[in-house]
Write a protein that binds this ligand. Sequence first.
Ligand SMILES: Nc1ncnc2c1ncn2[C@@H]1O[C@H](COP(=O)(O)OP(=O)(O)O)[C@@H](O)[C@H]1O
Ligand SMILES: [Mg+2]
Length: 288
Amino acid sequence: MPVTALVSAKSCGTTASALALTLASRRPSLLAECDPAGGTIRAGFLQGAVTAGYGLYHLAAAERIGRSELANAFAHHLWGIDDAGHRKLLPGLTDPAQAPALTRTWPALAEVLKVLAADAGHDVFVDVGRLALEAGRLHPTLTPAPLLHAADFVLLTVRANDQSLTLARHLIEPLRTELDEHGTGSDALGLLLIEDGPYRPTQVATALHTPVLAALPWDAETAGYLTTGGRPPRGYARSPLLRHARSATDQLDALAQRRSIYLNRSAPDANLAGVLQRLTNARGGSRG
Ligand SMILES: Nc1ncnc2c1ncn2[C@@H]1O[C@H](COP(=O)(O)OP(=O)(O)O)[C@@H](O)[C@H]1O
Ligand SMILES: [Mg+2]
C-alpha cells in the first residue's frame, strides 16, 4: 500500500482531506500528522480527547535511543480513530516550537511509515501541511523533506479557483526538483483537487502541468465534522466527501502498484518490520 504525503501552499483543506482519506480507505490506515506548524486534529476532530502525552513530539526522544525504540514509541503513540481500531492517528505537535526537535527524527519516521505501508498493508497518509520555500527550494529546516522523499505520492492540495492555483504554481518546480534529486522521482507529484471553484480537473492539471491524482467534492457538512468533531452528520458514511475519498484511495493504491514495478525498493529493516507487524494486531488509545 502506498505512503501518500499531502502538502499545500496555503491552508485549503489538507487536514480534512487527509482525515477523509484515512477514514474512507478500504484497508487498515494511518494518518501521521506531521505539519511543523502544529496539528489541528487533537483540538478539532478529536475535541481534546488526546492529551499532550500522546503524539509525534514524543518520537524525537525515542529516536535518539535507537530504531526499534522509535518503532515501539510509534506504536505506543497512535490513537484509534474508529471503533474497530483499523484506523489510527499519530497526533501532531501541540506547539510549533517543538518542530526543530524533530529534524533528525524525520528520516527514521519516514522509514517506519514505509514499512507500515509496504509490509503491514496500511494505507499511510502524512499531513505535512503548508510548505515553506527559501530561494526557490524547500526550506531546509521548516519542511520535513525526508517525509516527502520517502513517499510514493506527494499530493499538492489545491482548490479549483484562481486564488489557490496562483499560490500552488510556485511550489511545482521546487517539489519536482526535490523529488527528482532526493525522492522517488518527480512523477510522485500529483494534485489533490478540492472542487471548490470554476475549474475542471483537466483545466487544473493543464494549468499546473501536473496530473490530478485525486479529486474531492466540496462538502461543507462532512468537512466541518472532520474539522471540529462532534456528532457525525446524518448519512456521514455515504456522504459525497467520504465516497469520493474511498475512490481516491483505490485509485492511489492502483497507481502505486503500477509505479512500484518501476521503482527498485531496498529491503526493509527486519527489526522494524517485526515491531510493526505486532502493532497491526495491537490497539492504541481509542476515541470514545
Ligand atoms: N472538501 C471540503 N468541502 C468543504 N469544506 C472543506 C473541504 N475540505 C476542507 N474544508 C474546510 O476548509 C477549512 C480548512 O480545512 P483544513 O483541512 O483545516 O485545511 P488545512 O489543513 O489546509 O489548513 C476547514 O473549515 C474545512 O472544514
Ligand atoms: Mg492542516
